[in-house]
Design a protein around this ligand. Structure first.
Ligand code: C2E
Ligand code: CA
Ligand code: CA
Length: 620
């Protein structure tokens, strides 16, 4: 029996608006305001009763009836249901007292309906239930034993239950009107308009609740791979259609109790209450599979892929506060998602503590990057480029080094991406350029022959028109002839705003500097870029040079690149030459220049000078 009641209650609860429970920060202040109102109006009944010529002995018990329930509305450890019911009991008791003191005045009854509006602020069925109960008690039960008129209607005296039904009908209608308006508000404020999924706010609340419940809880973040290109190529209407389709699939695939939401743009999240990390990872794989199935958009077939990051509550340690826990859990899942993206996308990655440490480490490094130039912690190292035929030094590549006061030397592969994402690279890159150009200008003069210098440019530097002035200024101040400066750019840098980048490269080339494509062969459309861009040099990526040792396909590939470059009138530098055998193969393939540990490692300016002073050492 009890079990059936519980089941019925649960079924009724499922019909309630989703995400109905107000956040603590909203419920608390509302409850306090309602309590203040309840206390004030209950106490006001005393002077009112006296003013209406009632005896204090009659008024006092009535006031007590309205004040006493408030005692149950105060204790914070009691549930919301109890506290809101107690406050409601006080509000409605005051209505009954008011009716009694005014001798059944019609206007006094209106107070009751105002109170129905006030308790609607709880956005819960409980206060309405209490209101209904008071109606039944007042008109039905009390009316049966102590018949009293309603609205001075004597019919109410004769048929108390008819009047109970009538008033209960009013309360029910008012409650339904309030519930419907909450539901509408919720759908607008807590749902994503495009997909109808929960939005970020609601998902946060769902996660708060799941964490507060104390059971296993996991979250899967999903982000579509390359969604921007869908939007660019097919238009935003098609993009929206893709997002709606993905939303539908995720919702279908999610299990009962899982909650799917859209956070923004092309990123979705699923909260899995009652699920541990291992099962959440399996769920994430399943989500990726359903997303990957071909879509039909505007009659055309299309396939999208996504990356997923998974984290469960064990990754946030003994977080007590559910709100802080929610933010942490989402951050962890996001770190895992970033890792999935870094590994090429179309995969799910589960959060590991090392990711959190790496992120904290990055955050510290990022902070330390502020003012790094001014503090003099940066240094430029120089690695020689040599002529493969004779072994003579043709010039140098400038390679940035950071001597961190605490961490020691931080490799560029660690901090250059950080400096790029934070924008520091613009100032740092300008400093590298000036330093390297001045240095090589001095060496050229002291050697009495023109040495070249290659300086790496990042996307952010090249995205700004100012780069042309910075380069021109460095050349002018140092006196280095423009021909001796090579700016090295990578293909990936050309993906966004190809036309703008090509135009700036053209202006740089008009200054007389040369442009090299770095890491050649690792990007996508290498060949087409070569034809469309003002380029003078290709630097064959060291992964191909490393493979030369085994002969075979790598040799053919390098031969093809050299051939191609020659047919376009470009110079070729082979990067990462470490062995005589590689150098021999490259010479046989007619490659002109090389750079690598076989000839010289990147070293400081002082070490370059020392090497020059000692003629037997390579590198000068
Ligand atoms: P990169 O432009 O491809 O530079 C060549 C990298 O290959 C250098 O790493 C160099 O030390 C390494 N290398 C040279 N010869 C060999 C070899 O024989 N074997 C092996 N295994 N490696 C060799 P490094 O100095 O760690 O620089 C890494 C990357 O950091 C550079 O790759 C470049 O992308 C970036 N970077 C360095 N300095 C700057 C800079 O001033 N500005 C920008 N934007 N990026 C920079
Ligand atoms: Ca380079
Ligand atoms: Ca390179």
């Amino acid at each position: 029996m009890r079990w059936t009641v519980r089941r019925a209650l649960r079924a009724a609860a499922a019909l309630l608006p989703e995400g109905r429970r107000l956040p603590a920060g909203v419920w608390g202040p509302r409850h306090r305001a309602i309590l203040a109102l309840a206390a004030a109006q209950a106490l006001a009944m005393f002077p009112l009763g006296l003013a209406l010529d009632h005896r204090p002995g009659h008024v006092l018990p009535l006031v007590a009836l309205a004040v006493l329930p408030l005692a149950a509305a105060l204790p914070r450890r009691w549930s919301r249901a109890v506290r809101s019911a107690a406050a409601t009991a006080s509000l409605f008791a005051t209505s009954a007292v008011l009716v009694d003191l005014t001798g059944g005045l019609i206007e006094a009854h209106f107070h009751f309906f105002v109170m129905v509006g006030v308790v609607a602020l709880y956005q819960d069925w409980v206060p309405f239930g209490v209101g209904l109960g008071i109606v039944v008690l007042h008109h039905g039960v009390l009316g049966t034993f102590f018949p009293h008129s309603v609205y001075a209607h004597h019919d109410a005296v004769a048929h108390p239950w008819r009047w109970t039904l009538l008033h209960a009908g009013f309360v029910l209608a008012a409650s339904c009107a309030h519930l419907a308006s909450w539901r509408l508000n919720e759908q607008q404020g807590l749902h994503d308009a495009l997909t109808g999924l929960a939005n970020r706010t609601q998902l946060g609340e769902v996660l708060d609740r799941a964490l507060a419940d104390g059971g296993p809880t996991a979250v899967v973040l999903l982000d579509l791979d390359g969604f921007k290109s869908v939007n660019d190529a097919r238009g935003s209407a098609a993009g929206d259609e893709v997002l709606r389709a993905v939303a539908r699939r995720l919702r279908c695939d999610a299990r009962a109790g899982d909650r799917v939401g859209r956070l923004d743009g092309d990123s979705f999240a699923v909260v899995l209450a009652g699920t541990d990390g291992a099962n959440a990872t399996r769920a994430a794989e399943r989500f990726l599979t359903v997303v990957r199935e071909p879509l039909s958009i505007g009659g055309q077939e299309l396939t999208v892929q996504a990356s997923a990051g998974v984290a469960d509550r064990t990754t946030i340690g003994a977080q007590q506060c559910p709100e802080g826990g929610t933010a942490q859990l989402l951050r962890n899942a996001d770190l895992a998602l970033q890792r999935a993206k870094e590994r090429g996308g179309d995969r799910a990655v589960t959060y590991a503590a090392t990711m959190g440490r790496a992120a904290a480490e990055r955050a510290h490094l990022l902070e330390d990057l502020n003012g790094v130039v001014e503090r003099g912690e940066l240094q430029v190292h120089y690695q020689a480029t040599v002529e493969l035929a004779g072994g003579a030094t043709e010039g140098f590549e400038a390679l940035l080094r950071w001597h961190h006061p605490v961490r020691g030397t931080v490799p560029p592969l660690e901090f250059v991406p950080l400096a790029e994402s934070s924008g520091h690279i613009v100032a740092i890159g300008a400093w590298v350029l000036r330093t390297a150009v001045h240095q090589v200008a001095r060496w050229s003069r002291s050697h009495g022959r023109p040495l070249t210098v290659g300086v790496n440019l990042s996307a952010l530097q090249l995205a700004d028109d100012e780069v042309v002035d910075v380069v021109a200024g460095a050349l002018r101040d140092s006196g280095l002839p423009a021909r001796q400066l090579t700016l090295e750019i990578t293909e990936s840098l050309l993906v966004d705003d190809f036309a703008g980048t090509a135009a700036r490269l053209e202006r740089l080339r008009e200054l007389g500097v040369r442009i090299a494509i770095d890491d050649f062969g690792t990007g996508y459309s290498s060949l087409s870029y070569l034809r469309r861009l003002p380029v003078d040099i290709v630097k064959i990526d060291r992964s191909f040079v490393g493979d030369l040792t085994g002969g075979g396909s790598a040799t053919t590939l390098v031969a093809t690149i050299v051939e191609l470059a020659r047919s376009l009138g470009l110079d070729v530098i082979a990067e990462g030459v470490e062995t005589e055998q590689q150098a021999g193969t490259l010479r046989a393939l007619n490659c002109g220049l090389a750079q690598g540990y076989l000839y010289a490692r990147p070293v400081s300016a002082e070490q370059v000078e020392l090497a020059v002073a000692a003629p037997s050492t390579a590198g000068g």
